[in-house]
Design a protein around this ligand. Structure first.
Ligand SMILES: Nc1ncnc2c1ncn2[C@@H]1O[C@H](COP(=O)(O)OP(=O)(O)OP(=O)(O)O)[C@@H](O)[C@H]1O
Ligand SMILES: Nc1ncnc2c1ncn2[C@@H]1O[C@H](COP(=O)(O)OP(=O)(O)OP(=O)(O)O)[C@@H](O)[C@H]1O
Ligand SMILES: [Mg+2]
Ligand SMILES: [Mg+2]
Lengths: 255, 255
Protein backbone atom coordinates (compact mmCIF):
# COMPACT_ATOMS: atom_id res chain seq x y z
CA UNK A 1 0.00 0.00 0.00
CA UNK A 2 0.90 3.64 -0.46
CA UNK A 3 1.29 5.97 2.54
CA UNK A 4 -1.19 8.84 2.22
CA UNK A 5 -0.93 11.94 4.44
CA UNK A 6 -3.20 15.01 4.45
CA UNK A 7 -1.28 18.14 5.41
CA UNK A 8 -4.04 20.22 6.92
CA UNK A 9 -4.82 23.15 9.19
CA UNK A 10 -7.63 25.63 8.54
CA UNK A 11 -5.53 28.41 10.07
CA UNK A 12 -3.97 30.22 7.19
CA UNK A 13 -0.30 30.77 6.50
CA UNK A 14 1.04 28.19 8.97
CA UNK A 15 3.38 26.39 6.56
CA UNK A 16 1.20 23.67 4.97
CA UNK A 17 2.52 24.23 1.45
CA UNK A 18 6.08 24.79 2.63
CA UNK A 19 5.96 21.54 4.61
CA UNK A 20 4.41 19.58 1.72
CA UNK A 21 7.16 20.73 -0.66
CA UNK A 22 10.14 20.43 1.68
CA UNK A 23 9.16 17.27 3.58
CA UNK A 24 8.40 15.77 0.16
CA UNK A 25 11.78 16.84 -1.18
CA UNK A 26 13.63 15.51 1.87
CA UNK A 27 11.85 12.13 1.64
CA UNK A 28 12.63 11.84 -2.08
CA UNK A 29 16.26 12.75 -1.28
CA UNK A 30 16.27 9.76 1.11
CA UNK A 31 15.24 7.53 -1.82
CA UNK A 32 11.46 7.35 -1.33
CA UNK A 33 9.04 7.89 -4.24
CA UNK A 34 6.85 10.93 -3.38
CA UNK A 35 3.75 12.32 -5.09
CA UNK A 36 2.35 15.69 -3.95
CA UNK A 37 -1.33 16.42 -4.54
CA UNK A 38 -1.97 20.19 -4.71
CA UNK A 39 -5.51 20.58 -3.44
CA UNK A 40 -5.37 24.36 -2.90
CA UNK A 41 -7.05 26.49 -5.62
CA UNK A 42 -4.20 28.99 -5.27
CA UNK A 43 -1.79 26.34 -6.56
CA UNK A 44 1.12 27.48 -4.38
CA UNK A 45 2.71 24.00 -4.16
CA UNK A 46 2.60 23.69 -7.97
CA UNK A 47 4.21 27.12 -8.40
CA UNK A 48 6.76 26.47 -5.66
CA UNK A 49 7.94 23.43 -7.65
CA UNK A 50 8.11 25.27 -10.94
CA UNK A 51 5.01 23.92 -12.70
CA UNK A 52 4.07 26.71 -15.14
CA UNK A 53 0.42 27.74 -14.56
CA UNK A 54 -0.16 27.59 -18.33
CA UNK A 55 1.07 23.99 -18.48
CA UNK A 56 -1.34 22.48 -15.98
CA UNK A 57 -3.60 20.83 -18.56
CA UNK A 58 -4.38 17.94 -16.20
CA UNK A 59 -4.97 18.94 -12.58
CA UNK A 60 -6.13 17.74 -9.17
CA UNK A 61 -9.64 18.89 -10.10
CA UNK A 62 -9.66 16.26 -12.87
CA UNK A 63 -8.55 13.71 -10.28
CA UNK A 64 -11.62 14.56 -8.19
CA UNK A 65 -14.03 14.33 -11.11
CA UNK A 66 -12.48 11.02 -12.16
CA UNK A 67 -11.52 12.37 -15.58
CA UNK A 68 -7.89 11.50 -15.06
CA UNK A 69 -5.97 8.78 -13.22
CA UNK A 70 -3.20 9.47 -10.72
CA UNK A 71 -0.63 8.13 -13.19
CA UNK A 72 -1.82 10.40 -15.98
CA UNK A 73 -2.23 13.45 -13.75
CA UNK A 74 1.16 13.43 -12.05
CA UNK A 75 3.79 15.77 -13.49
CA UNK A 76 7.48 15.18 -13.01
CA UNK A 77 9.43 17.97 -11.30
CA UNK A 78 13.11 18.84 -11.73
CA UNK A 79 13.77 16.76 -8.60
CA UNK A 80 14.22 13.00 -8.78
CA UNK A 81 11.47 10.81 -7.28
CA UNK A 82 9.30 13.91 -6.59
CA UNK A 83 6.21 14.43 -8.75
CA UNK A 84 3.05 16.51 -8.30
CA UNK A 85 -0.55 16.61 -9.46
CA UNK A 86 -0.85 20.40 -9.89
CA UNK A 87 -3.76 22.65 -8.99
CA UNK A 88 -5.67 25.13 -11.11
CA UNK A 89 -8.32 27.65 -10.13
CA UNK A 90 -10.95 25.09 -11.30
CA UNK A 91 -10.64 23.74 -7.78
CA UNK A 92 -12.36 26.84 -6.39
CA UNK A 93 -15.60 25.71 -7.97
CA UNK A 94 -15.25 22.18 -6.58
CA UNK A 95 -17.65 22.93 -3.73
CA UNK A 96 -20.34 24.20 -6.09
CA UNK A 97 -19.82 21.56 -8.78
CA UNK A 98 -19.31 18.43 -6.72
CA UNK A 99 -21.37 18.91 -3.56
CA UNK A 100 -24.49 17.29 -5.06
CA UNK A 101 -22.74 13.99 -5.80
CA UNK A 102 -23.49 11.18 -3.35
CA UNK A 103 -19.79 10.15 -3.36
CA UNK A 104 -18.61 13.77 -2.94
CA UNK A 105 -16.44 12.88 0.11
CA UNK A 106 -14.74 9.88 -1.52
CA UNK A 107 -13.68 11.44 -4.83
CA UNK A 108 -9.99 11.73 -3.94
CA UNK A 109 -9.93 8.43 -2.10
CA UNK A 110 -11.19 6.65 -5.23
CA UNK A 111 -8.55 8.36 -7.39
CA UNK A 112 -5.70 7.37 -5.05
CA UNK A 113 -6.62 3.66 -4.92
CA UNK A 114 -4.28 3.11 -7.85
CA UNK A 115 -1.26 4.58 -6.05
CA UNK A 116 1.81 2.32 -6.30
CA UNK A 117 2.82 0.48 -3.13
CA UNK A 118 5.39 2.19 -0.89
CA UNK A 119 4.76 5.56 -2.57
CA UNK A 120 4.37 8.48 -0.15
CA UNK A 121 1.51 10.78 -1.07
CA UNK A 122 1.36 14.22 0.58
CA UNK A 123 -1.85 16.21 0.03
CA UNK A 124 -1.48 20.02 0.45
CA UNK A 125 -4.83 21.33 1.73
CA UNK A 126 -6.36 24.83 1.50
CA UNK A 127 -6.94 26.83 4.72
CA UNK A 128 -10.51 25.62 5.32
CA UNK A 129 -12.36 22.55 6.60
CA UNK A 130 -14.56 22.29 3.50
CA UNK A 131 -15.08 19.66 0.81
CA UNK A 132 -11.46 19.66 -0.41
CA UNK A 133 -9.87 19.13 3.02
CA UNK A 134 -12.47 16.53 3.97
CA UNK A 135 -11.74 14.66 0.72
CA UNK A 136 -8.08 14.67 1.69
CA UNK A 137 -8.90 13.31 5.16
CA UNK A 138 -11.10 10.56 3.74
CA UNK A 139 -8.34 9.52 1.33
CA UNK A 140 -5.55 9.67 3.91
CA UNK A 141 -4.13 7.22 6.44
CA UNK A 142 -3.31 10.16 8.73
CA UNK A 143 -3.18 13.93 9.09
CA UNK A 144 0.03 15.92 9.55
CA UNK A 145 -0.71 19.30 11.16
CA UNK A 146 1.73 22.21 10.72
CA UNK A 147 1.33 24.52 13.72
CA UNK A 148 2.82 28.02 13.51
CA UNK A 149 4.58 29.03 16.74
CA UNK A 150 2.22 32.02 17.16
CA UNK A 151 -0.65 32.91 19.48
CA UNK A 152 -3.62 32.13 17.19
CA UNK A 153 -2.16 28.73 16.32
CA UNK A 154 -3.70 26.71 19.16
CA UNK A 155 -7.10 28.36 18.85
CA UNK A 156 -8.08 26.53 15.67
CA UNK A 157 -6.69 23.19 16.74
CA UNK A 158 -9.79 21.97 18.54
CA UNK A 159 -11.97 22.57 15.46
CA UNK A 160 -9.44 20.66 13.36
CA UNK A 161 -9.38 17.74 15.79
CA UNK A 162 -13.20 17.73 15.85
CA UNK A 163 -13.27 17.47 12.06
CA UNK A 164 -10.78 14.57 12.17
CA UNK A 165 -13.03 12.78 14.68
CA UNK A 166 -16.08 13.41 12.52
CA UNK A 167 -14.36 12.01 9.43
CA UNK A 168 -13.14 8.99 11.42
CA UNK A 169 -16.66 8.21 12.68
CA UNK A 170 -18.26 8.62 9.27
CA UNK A 171 -16.13 8.09 6.17
CA UNK A 172 -12.66 6.89 7.23
CA UNK A 173 -12.56 4.75 10.39
CA UNK A 174 -8.78 4.33 10.38
CA UNK A 175 -7.92 8.04 10.10
CA UNK A 176 -5.46 9.16 12.78
CA UNK A 177 -3.18 12.13 13.50
CA UNK A 178 0.35 11.41 12.30
CA UNK A 179 1.66 14.36 14.24
CA UNK A 180 1.91 18.09 14.78
CA UNK A 181 4.98 19.96 13.57
CA UNK A 182 5.91 23.41 14.88
CA UNK A 183 6.82 25.83 12.11
CA UNK A 184 8.36 29.31 11.82
CA UNK A 185 9.66 29.07 15.35
CA UNK A 186 11.85 32.02 16.40
CA UNK A 187 13.80 31.04 19.48
CA UNK A 188 14.69 34.69 20.10
CA UNK A 189 11.15 35.47 21.14
CA UNK A 190 9.11 34.28 24.10
CA UNK A 191 5.94 33.73 22.12
CA UNK A 192 7.37 30.84 20.11
CA UNK A 193 8.66 29.16 23.24
CA UNK A 194 5.31 29.60 25.00
CA UNK A 195 3.34 28.15 22.07
CA UNK A 196 5.77 25.22 21.87
CA UNK A 197 5.48 24.53 25.59
CA UNK A 198 1.68 24.80 25.34
CA UNK A 199 1.52 22.45 22.35
CA UNK A 200 3.73 19.82 24.01
CA UNK A 201 1.77 20.04 27.24
CA UNK A 202 -1.55 19.64 25.42
CA UNK A 203 -0.60 17.18 22.68
CA UNK A 204 2.35 15.30 24.16
CA UNK A 205 4.09 12.87 21.81
CA UNK A 206 1.92 13.90 18.86
CA UNK A 207 4.24 16.90 18.55
CA UNK A 208 7.34 16.16 16.50
CA UNK A 209 10.64 16.63 18.32
CA UNK A 210 11.87 18.47 15.20
CA UNK A 211 10.91 22.15 15.17
CA UNK A 212 11.16 24.10 11.91
CA UNK A 213 12.83 27.49 12.55
CA UNK A 214 11.82 30.72 10.82
CA UNK A 215 14.46 30.97 8.09
CA UNK A 216 14.37 33.51 5.25
CA UNK A 217 15.94 30.98 2.82
CA UNK A 218 12.75 28.90 3.20
CA UNK A 219 10.56 31.80 2.12
CA UNK A 220 12.89 32.70 -0.75
CA UNK A 221 13.04 29.21 -2.25
CA UNK A 222 9.61 29.15 -3.97
CA UNK A 223 10.56 32.25 -5.95
CA UNK A 224 13.36 30.10 -7.43
CA UNK A 225 10.88 27.27 -8.11
CA UNK A 226 12.67 24.80 -5.89
CA UNK A 227 12.57 23.31 -2.40
CA UNK A 228 14.86 24.97 0.13
CA UNK A 229 16.87 21.70 0.16
CA UNK A 230 17.99 22.51 -3.38
CA UNK A 231 18.05 26.31 -3.06
CA UNK A 232 20.30 26.36 0.00
CA UNK A 233 21.13 22.83 1.12
CA UNK A 234 23.02 23.87 4.30
CA UNK A 235 20.48 26.42 5.53
CA UNK A 236 18.80 26.00 8.90
CA UNK A 237 15.53 25.33 7.03
CA UNK A 238 17.04 22.50 4.97
CA UNK A 239 18.63 20.84 7.97
CA UNK A 240 15.33 21.01 9.87
CA UNK A 241 13.27 19.53 7.04
CA UNK A 242 15.79 16.69 6.60
CA UNK A 243 15.52 15.98 10.32
CA UNK A 244 11.73 16.08 10.06
CA UNK A 245 11.82 13.59 7.18
CA UNK A 246 13.93 11.18 9.23
CA UNK A 247 11.54 11.45 12.17
CA UNK A 248 8.54 11.09 9.84
CA UNK A 249 10.01 7.95 8.24
CA UNK A 250 10.59 6.47 11.69
CA UNK A 251 6.94 7.14 12.66
CA UNK A 252 5.74 5.39 9.50
CA UNK A 253 8.30 2.61 10.01
CA UNK A 254 9.48 3.14 6.44
CA UNK A 255 12.33 0.92 5.21
CA UNK B 1 -24.39 56.17 5.66
CA UNK B 2 -21.92 53.85 7.34
CA UNK B 3 -18.55 53.02 5.72
CA UNK B 4 -18.32 49.24 5.21
CA UNK B 5 -15.01 47.56 4.30
CA UNK B 6 -14.35 43.85 3.69
CA UNK B 7 -10.83 42.88 4.75
CA UNK B 8 -10.20 39.96 2.46
CA UNK B 9 -7.54 37.79 0.88
CA UNK B 10 -7.92 34.04 0.35
CA UNK B 11 -4.19 33.57 0.98
CA UNK B 12 -3.87 32.49 4.55
CA UNK B 13 -1.94 34.17 7.31
CA UNK B 14 -1.37 37.52 5.54
CA UNK B 15 -2.58 39.75 8.38
CA UNK B 16 -6.36 40.11 7.77
CA UNK B 17 -7.30 39.70 11.41
CA UNK B 18 -4.34 41.74 12.66
CA UNK B 19 -5.27 44.57 10.28
CA UNK B 20 -8.97 44.45 11.24
CA UNK B 21 -8.13 44.72 14.93
CA UNK B 22 -5.35 47.31 14.74
CA UNK B 23 -6.73 49.51 11.97
CA UNK B 24 -10.02 49.40 13.88
CA UNK B 25 -8.30 50.37 17.12
CA UNK B 26 -6.36 53.21 15.46
CA UNK B 27 -9.53 54.60 13.86
CA UNK B 28 -11.41 54.46 17.18
CA UNK B 29 -8.42 56.19 18.84
CA UNK B 30 -8.89 59.00 16.26
CA UNK B 31 -12.49 59.38 17.48
CA UNK B 32 -14.37 57.29 14.90
CA UNK B 33 -17.01 54.76 15.95
CA UNK B 34 -15.86 51.31 14.70
CA UNK B 35 -17.68 47.97 14.59
CA UNK B 36 -15.72 44.83 13.66
CA UNK B 37 -17.61 41.88 12.18
CA UNK B 38 -15.75 38.61 12.81
CA UNK B 39 -16.70 36.42 9.87
CA UNK B 40 -14.01 33.78 10.39
CA UNK B 41 -15.18 30.52 12.05
CA UNK B 42 -11.88 30.46 13.96
CA UNK B 43 -12.94 33.64 15.76
CA UNK B 44 -9.40 35.06 15.95
CA UNK B 45 -10.55 38.72 15.91
CA UNK B 46 -12.96 38.01 18.78
CA UNK B 47 -10.22 36.32 20.84
CA UNK B 48 -7.68 38.98 19.98
CA UNK B 49 -10.03 41.56 21.52
CA UNK B 50 -10.69 39.54 24.64
CA UNK B 51 -14.22 38.24 23.94
CA UNK B 52 -14.41 35.01 25.96
CA UNK B 53 -15.45 32.12 23.66
CA UNK B 54 -18.00 31.03 26.27
CA UNK B 55 -19.64 34.47 26.27
CA UNK B 56 -20.44 34.70 22.56
CA UNK B 57 -24.14 33.97 22.94
CA UNK B 58 -25.00 36.21 19.98
CA UNK B 59 -22.64 35.92 17.00
CA UNK B 60 -22.07 36.89 13.40
CA UNK B 61 -23.79 33.65 12.37
CA UNK B 62 -27.00 35.00 13.94
CA UNK B 63 -26.50 38.19 11.96
CA UNK B 64 -26.46 36.15 8.76
CA UNK B 65 -29.57 34.18 9.62
CA UNK B 66 -31.36 37.38 10.59
CA UNK B 67 -31.96 36.19 14.14
CA UNK B 68 -30.21 39.19 15.61
CA UNK B 69 -29.78 42.85 14.63
CA UNK B 70 -26.43 44.58 14.41
CA UNK B 71 -27.25 46.61 17.53
CA UNK B 72 -28.11 43.52 19.54
CA UNK B 73 -25.18 41.47 18.24
CA UNK B 74 -22.39 43.95 18.84
CA UNK B 75 -20.34 43.47 22.02
CA UNK B 76 -18.42 46.30 23.63
CA UNK B 77 -14.66 45.77 24.01
CA UNK B 78 -12.36 47.25 26.63
CA UNK B 79 -11.48 49.95 24.10
CA UNK B 80 -13.67 53.06 23.64
CA UNK B 81 -15.66 53.35 20.39
CA UNK B 82 -14.53 49.84 19.31
CA UNK B 83 -17.14 47.05 19.35
CA UNK B 84 -17.32 43.66 17.67
CA UNK B 85 -19.87 41.10 16.53
CA UNK B 86 -17.97 37.96 17.58
CA UNK B 87 -17.65 34.67 15.72
CA UNK B 88 -18.39 31.15 16.86
CA UNK B 89 -17.73 27.84 15.14
CA UNK B 90 -21.39 27.89 13.99
CA UNK B 91 -20.04 29.88 11.08
CA UNK B 92 -18.27 26.82 9.70
CA UNK B 93 -21.66 25.32 8.84
CA UNK B 94 -22.84 28.53 7.13
CA UNK B 95 -22.05 27.14 3.69
CA UNK B 96 -24.10 24.00 4.29
CA UNK B 97 -26.96 25.69 6.12
CA UNK B 98 -27.43 28.87 4.07
CA UNK B 99 -26.46 27.96 0.51
CA UNK B 100 -30.02 26.92 -0.44
CA UNK B 101 -31.52 30.32 0.40
CA UNK B 102 -32.22 32.54 -2.60
CA UNK B 103 -30.86 35.57 -0.71
CA UNK B 104 -27.75 33.67 0.46
CA UNK B 105 -25.37 36.36 -0.91
CA UNK B 106 -27.22 39.29 0.67
CA UNK B 107 -27.56 38.02 4.23
CA UNK B 108 -24.88 40.25 5.69
CA UNK B 109 -25.82 43.21 3.53
CA UNK B 110 -29.39 43.07 4.88
CA UNK B 111 -28.10 42.89 8.47
CA UNK B 112 -25.84 45.92 8.03
CA UNK B 113 -28.57 48.19 6.57
CA UNK B 114 -29.29 49.40 10.09
CA UNK B 115 -25.72 50.54 10.72
CA UNK B 116 -25.57 54.05 12.18
CA UNK B 117 -24.33 56.78 9.83
CA UNK B 118 -20.60 57.60 9.91
CA UNK B 119 -19.84 54.28 11.65
CA UNK B 120 -16.88 52.39 10.17
CA UNK B 121 -17.55 48.67 9.78
CA UNK B 122 -14.57 46.36 9.18
CA UNK B 123 -15.40 42.76 8.22
CA UNK B 124 -12.64 40.21 8.98
CA UNK B 125 -12.92 37.45 6.35
CA UNK B 126 -11.76 33.81 6.44
CA UNK B 127 -8.98 32.67 4.03
CA UNK B 128 -11.33 31.55 1.24
CA UNK B 129 -13.51 33.01 -1.53
CA UNK B 130 -16.63 31.17 -0.39
CA UNK B 131 -20.07 32.22 0.84
CA UNK B 132 -18.80 34.16 3.87
CA UNK B 133 -16.29 36.31 1.96
CA UNK B 134 -18.75 36.89 -0.88
CA UNK B 135 -21.36 38.02 1.68
CA UNK B 136 -18.80 40.48 3.01
CA UNK B 137 -18.11 41.80 -0.50
CA UNK B 138 -21.80 42.20 -1.26
CA UNK B 139 -22.31 44.13 1.99
CA UNK B 140 -19.22 46.31 1.58
CA UNK B 141 -18.51 49.61 -0.16
CA UNK B 142 -14.96 48.43 -0.83
CA UNK B 143 -12.37 45.74 -0.19
CA UNK B 144 -9.13 46.31 1.73
CA UNK B 145 -6.53 43.67 0.80
CA UNK B 146 -3.68 42.86 3.21
CA UNK B 147 -0.75 41.54 1.15
CA UNK B 148 2.07 39.78 2.96
CA UNK B 149 5.50 40.81 1.63
CA UNK B 150 6.28 37.20 0.63
CA UNK B 151 6.58 35.30 -2.64
CA UNK B 152 3.18 33.54 -2.72
CA UNK B 153 1.39 36.82 -1.97
CA UNK B 154 0.93 38.05 -5.54
CA UNK B 155 -0.07 34.64 -6.87
CA UNK B 156 -3.55 34.69 -5.33
CA UNK B 157 -4.24 38.33 -6.12
CA UNK B 158 -5.64 37.75 -9.61
CA UNK B 159 -8.22 35.26 -8.27
CA UNK B 160 -9.22 37.79 -5.62
CA UNK B 161 -9.59 40.59 -8.16
CA UNK B 162 -11.64 38.26 -10.40
CA UNK B 163 -13.99 37.55 -7.50
CA UNK B 164 -14.35 41.30 -6.81
CA UNK B 165 -15.25 41.86 -10.49
CA UNK B 166 -17.76 39.01 -10.39
CA UNK B 167 -19.45 40.41 -7.28
CA UNK B 168 -19.51 43.89 -8.83
CA UNK B 169 -21.19 42.63 -12.01
CA UNK B 170 -23.77 40.56 -10.15
CA UNK B 171 -24.69 41.55 -6.60
CA UNK B 172 -22.92 44.83 -5.73
CA UNK B 173 -22.39 47.23 -8.64
CA UNK B 174 -20.59 49.86 -6.58
CA UNK B 175 -18.00 47.52 -5.01
CA UNK B 176 -14.43 48.78 -5.47
CA UNK B 177 -10.96 48.12 -4.08
CA UNK B 178 -10.16 50.54 -1.27
CA UNK B 179 -6.52 49.54 -1.39
CA UNK B 180 -3.77 47.01 -0.83
CA UNK B 181 -1.66 47.19 2.31
CA UNK B 182 1.71 45.46 2.58
CA UNK B 183 2.11 43.55 5.84
CA UNK B 184 4.91 41.80 7.73
CA UNK B 185 7.50 43.57 5.64
CA UNK B 186 11.09 42.92 6.75
CA UNK B 187 13.31 45.56 5.24
CA UNK B 188 16.38 43.47 6.08
CA UNK B 189 15.53 40.96 3.38
CA UNK B 190 15.38 41.29 -0.38
CA UNK B 191 12.20 39.30 -0.78
CA UNK B 192 10.04 41.91 0.98
CA UNK B 193 11.50 44.69 -1.13
CA UNK B 194 10.97 42.71 -4.35
CA UNK B 195 7.33 41.93 -3.49
CA UNK B 196 6.73 45.59 -2.60
CA UNK B 197 8.27 46.78 -5.87
CA UNK B 198 6.24 44.19 -7.79
CA UNK B 199 3.00 45.20 -6.05
CA UNK B 200 3.53 48.92 -6.67
CA UNK B 201 4.44 48.29 -10.31
CA UNK B 202 1.33 46.14 -10.85
CA UNK B 203 -1.22 47.96 -8.70
CA UNK B 204 0.10 51.53 -8.60
CA UNK B 205 -1.79 53.90 -6.30
CA UNK B 206 -4.02 51.11 -5.00
CA UNK B 207 -1.10 50.19 -2.74
CA UNK B 208 -1.03 52.19 0.48
CA UNK B 209 2.11 54.28 1.06
CA UNK B 210 2.11 52.92 4.63
CA UNK B 211 3.84 49.54 4.92
CA UNK B 212 3.28 47.48 8.09
CA UNK B 213 6.65 46.09 9.29
CA UNK B 214 7.11 42.63 10.82
CA UNK B 215 7.15 43.44 14.54
CA UNK B 216 7.04 40.83 17.30
CA UNK B 217 4.94 43.14 19.54
CA UNK B 218 2.15 42.84 16.95
CA UNK B 219 2.11 39.06 17.19
CA UNK B 220 2.31 39.15 21.00
CA UNK B 221 -0.60 41.55 21.49
CA UNK B 222 -3.51 39.09 20.86
CA UNK B 223 -2.20 36.88 23.67
CA UNK B 224 -2.85 39.88 25.94
CA UNK B 225 -6.33 40.35 24.42
CA UNK B 226 -5.61 43.84 23.14
CA UNK B 227 -4.59 45.69 20.01
CA UNK B 228 -0.87 46.41 19.69
CA UNK B 229 -1.76 50.12 20.08
CA UNK B 230 -2.68 49.38 23.68
CA UNK B 231 -0.13 46.64 24.33
CA UNK B 232 2.88 48.66 23.20
CA UNK B 233 1.79 52.10 22.00
CA UNK B 234 5.26 53.20 20.80
CA UNK B 235 6.15 49.99 18.97
CA UNK B 236 6.90 50.04 15.23
CA UNK B 237 3.65 48.12 14.68
CA UNK B 238 1.57 50.71 16.54
CA UNK B 239 3.12 53.62 14.70
CA UNK B 240 2.50 51.91 11.37
CA UNK B 241 -1.14 51.12 12.09
CA UNK B 242 -1.76 54.71 13.23
CA UNK B 243 -0.22 55.93 9.99
CA UNK B 244 -2.36 53.47 8.04
CA UNK B 245 -5.49 54.76 9.79
CA UNK B 246 -4.64 58.33 8.86
CA UNK B 247 -4.12 57.35 5.22
CA UNK B 248 -7.30 55.24 5.27
CA UNK B 249 -9.33 58.15 6.67
CA UNK B 250 -7.96 60.41 3.93
CA UNK B 251 -8.98 57.87 1.23
CA UNK B 252 -12.51 57.76 2.65
CA UNK B 253 -12.55 61.55 3.08
CA UNK B 254 -13.60 61.04 6.71
CA UNK B 255 -14.12 64.19 8.81
N1 LIG C 1 10.22 28.09 8.19
C1 LIG C 1 9.88 29.20 7.54
N2 LIG C 1 10.67 30.28 7.61
C2 LIG C 1 10.34 31.41 6.96
N3 LIG C 1 9.24 31.57 6.22
C3 LIG C 1 8.41 30.54 6.10
C4 LIG C 1 8.67 29.29 6.74
N4 LIG C 1 7.67 28.43 6.43
C5 LIG C 1 6.82 29.11 5.63
N5 LIG C 1 7.26 30.37 5.42
C6 LIG C 1 6.62 31.43 4.63
O1 LIG C 1 5.40 31.78 5.31
C7 LIG C 1 4.36 31.98 4.37
C8 LIG C 1 3.24 30.99 4.68
O2 LIG C 1 3.66 29.66 4.43
P1 LIG C 1 2.77 28.68 3.51
O3 LIG C 1 2.30 29.40 2.32
O4 LIG C 1 3.55 27.43 3.33
O5 LIG C 1 1.57 28.42 4.53
P2 LIG C 1 0.18 27.69 4.19
O6 LIG C 1 -0.30 27.14 5.47
O7 LIG C 1 0.37 26.76 3.07
O8 LIG C 1 -0.72 28.94 3.74
P3 LIG C 1 -2.24 28.84 3.18
O9 LIG C 1 -3.07 28.72 4.43
O10 LIG C 1 -2.46 30.12 2.43
O11 LIG C 1 -2.29 27.63 2.30
C9 LIG C 1 4.96 31.75 2.98
O12 LIG C 1 5.29 33.01 2.44
C10 LIG C 1 6.21 30.94 3.26
O13 LIG C 1 7.23 31.14 2.33
N1 LIG D 1 3.12 43.04 11.38
C1 LIG D 1 3.23 41.85 11.96
N2 LIG D 1 4.38 41.54 12.59
C2 LIG D 1 4.52 40.31 13.18
N3 LIG D 1 3.58 39.34 13.18
C3 LIG D 1 2.43 39.61 12.56
C4 LIG D 1 2.17 40.86 11.91
N4 LIG D 1 0.92 40.82 11.39
C5 LIG D 1 0.42 39.61 11.69
N5 LIG D 1 1.31 38.89 12.40
C6 LIG D 1 1.15 37.49 12.89
O1 LIG D 1 1.11 36.66 11.75
C7 LIG D 1 0.11 35.65 11.94
C8 LIG D 1 -0.93 35.77 10.83
O2 LIG D 1 -1.65 36.98 10.96
P1 LIG D 1 -3.25 36.97 10.95
O3 LIG D 1 -3.76 35.85 11.77
O4 LIG D 1 -3.70 38.34 11.26
O5 LIG D 1 -3.50 36.66 9.41
P2 LIG D 1 -4.89 36.29 8.71
O6 LIG D 1 -4.75 36.69 7.30
O7 LIG D 1 -6.00 36.85 9.49
O8 LIG D 1 -4.87 34.67 8.84
P3 LIG D 1 -6.09 33.69 8.39
O9 LIG D 1 -5.89 33.55 6.90
O10 LIG D 1 -5.85 32.40 9.14
O11 LIG D 1 -7.35 34.38 8.77
C9 LIG D 1 -0.48 35.86 13.33
O12 LIG D 1 0.17 34.98 14.20
C10 LIG D 1 -0.14 37.31 13.63
O13 LIG D 1 0.02 37.55 15.00
MG1 LIG E 1 -0.76 26.64 1.29
MG1 LIG F 1 -7.72 35.83 10.24
Amino acid sequence: DAHILAIANQKGGVGKTTTAINLGAALSEMGHEVILIDLDPQGNASTGLGIDPKKRSLSSFDLLTGDVTLQAGRCPTAFPRLSIVPATSDLSSADAQLSQRSDRLRLLSQALRSAPAETIILIDCPPALGLLTVNAMVAADAVLVPLQAEFYALEGLSQLLTTVREVRSSANPTLRINGVVLTMSDNRNNLSQQVEADARATLGDLVYATVIPRNVRVSESPSHAMPVLNYDPQSKGSLAYRQLAAEFAARLKLP
